[in-house]
Write a protein that binds this ligand. Structure first.
Ligand code: SLL
Length: 255
């Protein structure tokens, strides 16, 4: 066996990626040029490297990912012609027009050197702006168009355990651009954060290291809230059980 096909045991290496979509309401003029009068949005679904290029108006994509990804297959809704779209070179993305949101299956095939199985991700194509409390879920198109492009992106890390030596060489020859410590643009961005509304309202979001910390803080806050709620109900339960046993005693004494 060539030494290239030797696994480096105990070593784990990962590559940060993002997957998701941007969507824009079609202007009236654009709609008229389309063969589909009912299409209201244009959108792009993509798999990219996580870091954004400085000054770029696209989310992520600073680095080449083709050295470890061979193919990305996007499985669109069956209302689309040829719904399985195979993309064999970067950019790994599909642009379409349409009228509705749906689940997209994203299957990532890795380069042969990796010896890895394909990986499947799911992304809900998002066309409509993130709604704040009290706002209608789906604003009318003339309102949505003013809010600017909608962004829905998910950060993920592709983890390679015990990589083959030659694949490890390929990976280390392409170090990923680190995420900026904090976002360089004044655009708050996190899907789980209601304050991220601005992300879908005219700004281009960017993933940063600070977001991981913020996410941890959100998880910790949620954990504390769950513990407090559990304590509250446990106390209520104890009280009610006391009440029950007193009532049972009362009933027993009367019969
Ligand atoms: C819905 N379950 O009802 C979803 C389906 C399908 C979206 C959405 C275009 C299709 C074409 C298109 O937007 N399909 O090209 O005819 O909301």
């Amino acid at each position: 066996m060539s030494s290239d096909r030797v696994r480096v045991r105990g070593l784990t290496i990962f590559r940060p990626i993002i997957y998701g979509n941007t969507a824009t309401v079609l202007a009236e003029k654009e709609r008229q040029t389309l063969p589909h009068a009912d299409h209201t949005h244009k959108w792009t679904v993509a798999v990219r490297s996580a870091a954004s290029a400085p000054g770029s108006d696209i989310v992520g994509g600073a680095d080449d990912i083709a050295h470890f990804i061979k193919r990305v297959s996007f499985k669109l809704h069956d209302t689309y012609p040829n719904p399985s779209r195979n993309i064999d070179k970067p950019p790994f993305e599909v642009s379409e027009t349409g009228w509705g949101e749906f689940e997209i299956q994203i299957r990532i095939t890795f380069v042969a050197e990796s010896g890895e199985k394909a990986m499947t991700l799911y992304h809900h194509l998002k066309l409509h702006p993130w709604a704040a409390a009290g706002e209608p879920e789906i604003p009318p198109l003339n309102v949505a168009i003013k809010m600017g492009p909608v962004h829905s992106w998910q950060y993920d890390e592709v983890v390679f355990n015990d990589p083959f030596q030659n694949f490890l060489n390929i990976l280390t020859a392409h170090p990923p651009t680190p995420l900026p410590k904090v976002r360089r643009k004044p655009v708050p961005f996190h899907l789980a954060n209601p304050n991220s509304l601005e992300a879908s309202r005219g700004g281009v979001p960017e993933f940063s290291q600070a977001m991981e910390k913020e996410e941890l803080e959100r998880v910790e806050e949620a954990r504390k809230a769950v513990v407090a709620e559990t304590d509250k109900w446990r106390n209520t339960l104890i009280e009610k059980e006391k009440e029950l046993s007193e009532l049972q005693k009362l009933v027993a004494n009367q019969s």
